[in-house]
Design a protein around this ligand. Structure first.
Ligand code: IVH
Length: 693
């Protein structure tokens, strides 16, 4: 048996049965068990939203699998959970045809139109006991997944209904999609084509859009655009970075399984581990359909996903066949759309705001208008190209909509209503706040103010620093921050901890009680958990979820700072864009000064069990690899060190603990010798990582 690496050496920690190496199973067997265990936890977490283990334990299982696969690359199969990180970019998307066409739906825009559908159906179908299943209509991208003997072999977009695009590699990164079907109750069918919607939750889209705006990228207008943009990617690592989900609601060709109705389908699919939206209704009468339509409409704002109506389908498949289809839509189903979400108002002005990263964002100032019960007074215009593409002029009558429940959006002007008094908008060539020249960097849609001392940039970064998910000092609101930045008392996050009573008392509406309370709150905020601190720093691409993951993986700020890009890429959920952003952030002088100042003024990472790093025989040891290794690649070697708790970096410094030199080592080995750092041969390294200590 190949050397099995003991993973958790800390005896006090309960060890997952699969990580208990005292049993004598072979590595092949262990690998299979790890895969199905990981798939099960994935299902519990992503589909049922009912996790049974801590993230750290999941990560440990995952890393154990990575290590095993590194030892046995010949056993790596596309359905391994390790393959969800994305494959290297493809040259082009390849067409994939559907065995049975993927139809689209006719729309009903009102309850009356829904009733007309019901009447039509009753005229077409003999059985007057026809009943319906009604489901929310999800706003995403429809896809087809093909499972052969329980294995996910092909995933495609709908395309024109007959032929879509093969997006298998991208769909593999969607964690709600099982790579293998569960088969606890029965063996999986020989072939199962299942269809459904890939979508993103509203909050996740908002988060992603905030991040994109910070980067000067155009936000996604709605979940559909995001799902399409993410799935029709040539680089599946980009898809892996997106929190996509899926709900299944239909089947294509199926062999080895007989389903008779939608209700049966919705009940059986989850037993295979396929995600199904729990919100649906079996409607015996048309009145029940209407009741469901109203129910979803009233739940609409509070649902985690975007829905623009319901889909009503005849339940029994034999009756569907009787009803048949016309051209591309079935006569047995209809989409009941909710009323319009658009309104008409006037574009009063376009103002330009400056974000944390200096990106200039034009914002539409609108005459207030109610759309779907919410008053809209402004809308983001993202960048100057968008204003040009829309052909907007200040003073225009415009159509606005609540896009995907996210950000109000301008659909376009109504040129016929122009009076001639409208004027064109010109993007400023100087920062509207600090008047420094702005630049449009190559490949970016946004102009940026590059002045790191720009009060707008400082204001935004301070507001982010003290925001709820960060240091959470809610006494430090926008008005106070404006004053503090305005008078020059605060120019970097750390300055807030240097504020004294006297300075505070000099501010508007600040009495001794408030000043003391703020000072006490700031003092308390100095002790912060690592994930919050990482989030507070405002690293591009790092939201609170990623901050959480980084904290778990590295345990200390120091180690996150030192992490090499290759090492970050090993962290679950960290894609290439994020890894690069993290490395760039910590390489930046200005950011380093900010961090140094925080430590100087007494900001401390509070000890927390959740933030404890993985422990192993090599916990805390830092490795650098150089030269060509004979029996494994550097990546594999790196993984074997990291499973033992070590970290890997690219360059040798006084902090390096070991340099591992293969054939033809370069200056790194030399530098190590100069610094008195032990240089290990490949054999010595292998002995070190496979020893039990
Ligand atoms: S059933 C022929 N159910 O709506 C019926 N479709 O306009 C097959 N959609 O392409 C579709 N939620 O992308 C069905 N619960 C749901 C749906 C749904 C969203 C989408 C799907 C389809 C489009 C039709």
């Amino acid at each position: 048996m190949a050397n099995a690496l003991p993973l958790l050496d800390n005896p006090r920690r309960p060890v997952h049965p699969l990580l208990d190496m005292t049993s004598t199973r072979g590595p092949r067997d262990e690998l299979e068990r790890l895969r199905s265990e990981l798939a099960r936890h994935n299902y519990l977490y992503h589909v049922l939203d009912r996790p049974e283990i801590e993230d750290a334990e999941y990560d440990a299982l995952f890393r154990r699998l990575v290590a095993l696969e590194a030892e046995h690359p010949e056993w790596v199969t596309p359905d391994s959970p390790t393959q969800r990180v994305g494959a290297p970019p493809a040259d082009a998307l390849v067409p994939a045809s559907h065995a049975l066409p993927m139809l689209s739906l006719d729309n009903a825009f009102s309850e009356e139109e829904l009733r007309a559908f019901d009447e039509r159906v009753r005229g077409l179908v003999r059985d007057d006991a026809v009943r319906y299943v009604a489901e929310p209509k999800l706003d995403g991208l429809s896809v087809e997944l093909v499972y052969e003997n329980g294995r996910f072999v092909l995933g495609s977009t709908r395309g024109d209904g007959f032929t879509g695009e093969n997006v298998t590699a991208n769909l593999r990164t969607v964690r709600a999609i099982p790579l293998r079907l569960r088969s606890d109750s029965a063996p999986p069918p020989a072939r199962l084509e299942v269809r459904g919607e890939v979508y993103i939750e509203k909050v996740a889209l908002q988060q992603l859009n905030r991040r994109r705006e910070g980067e000067g990228l155009a936000p996604y207008a709605n979940p559909r655009n995001l799902a399409a943009g993410s799935l029709r990617q040539l680089d599946s690592r980009v898809t892996a970075d997106r929190p996509l989900r899926m709900y299944c609601y239909d089947i294509g060709r199926v062999e080895g399984l007989h389903l008779e109705s939608q209700l049966e389908l919705l009940t059986v699919l989850p037993t295979f581990g396929l995600p199904v939206n729990p919100l649906y209704a079996l409607c015996e009468t048309f009145d029940e359909v209407v009741a469901f339509y109203r129910k979803v409409q009233s739940l609409r704002e509070s649902l985690p996903y975007e829905t623009d109506g319901i889909v009503v389908k005849i339940d029994r498949f034999d009756l569907r066949r009787e009803a048949g289809s016309v051209s591309r839509s079935p006569r047995w189903a209809i989409a009941g759309k909710f009323p319009a979400e658009q309104g008409v108002t006037r574009l009063l002005d376009i103002q330009v705001s400056v974000g944390r990263t200096g990106a200039l964002t034009p914002v539409a100032v609108l005459e207030p208008v109610r759309v779907r019960g919410v008053e809209i007074t402004s809308a983001t215009l993202h960048n100057e190209d968008e204003i040009r593409d829309l052909g907007l002029r200040i003073g225009d009558r415009v159509i606005v909509q609540r896009a995907g429940d996210v950000i109000p959006q301008i659909v376009g002007p109504i040129p016929e209503e122009r009076t001639g008094a409208e004027r064109a908008f010109v993007m400023p060539s100087m920062c509207p706040v600090c008047a420094s020249p702005v630049v449009r960097l190559e490949g970016e849609a946004a102009r940026r103010c590059l002045n790191t001392a720009c009060p707008a940039r400082i204001r935004q970064s301070i507001l982010h620093f003290v925001s709820r998910g960060a240091l959470d000092v809610d006494r430090l609101g926008p008005k106070l921050v404006d004053q503090l930045v305005g008078c020059g008392a605060v120019t970097r996050p750390g300055d807030v901890f240097r504020l004294d009573r006297e300075t505070l008392l000099g501010l508007d509406r600040m009495g001794p009680t408030s000043a003391d309370a703020l000072l006490a709150a700031l003092d308390a905020a100095k002790s912060v958990s690592l994930p919050r601190l990482l989030y507070a720093l405002g690293i591009p691409e790092v939201g609170s979820h990623t901050a959480e993951i980084l904290a778990k993986r590295y345990g200390t700020l120091e180690r996150v700072i030192q992490a090499a890009e290759s090492d970050l890429l090993e962290v679950p959920d960290v894609g290439p864009a994020t890894a690069e952003a993290i490395v760039d952030f910590f390489a930046n002088e200005e950011n380093r000064r900010t961090i140094a100042q925080l430590l100087e003024v007494g900001v401390r990472v509070e000890a927390s069990s959740a933030a404890s790093p993985t422990t192993g025989a090599l916990t805390g040891k830092r490795f650098v690899f150089t030269g060509t290794l004979a029996s494994l690649t550097r990546e594999e070697a790196g993984r074997r060190a990291t499973v033992k708790g070590a970290s890997v970096s690219d360059s040798v410094s006084s902090k390096t603990d070991y340099v591992v030199a293969g054939a033809g080592p370069g200056s790194k080995a030399e530098k190590a010798r100069e610094l008195g750092i032990p240089v290990l041969s490949e054999q010595e390294f292998l002995a070190l990582v496979s020893s039990d200590g």
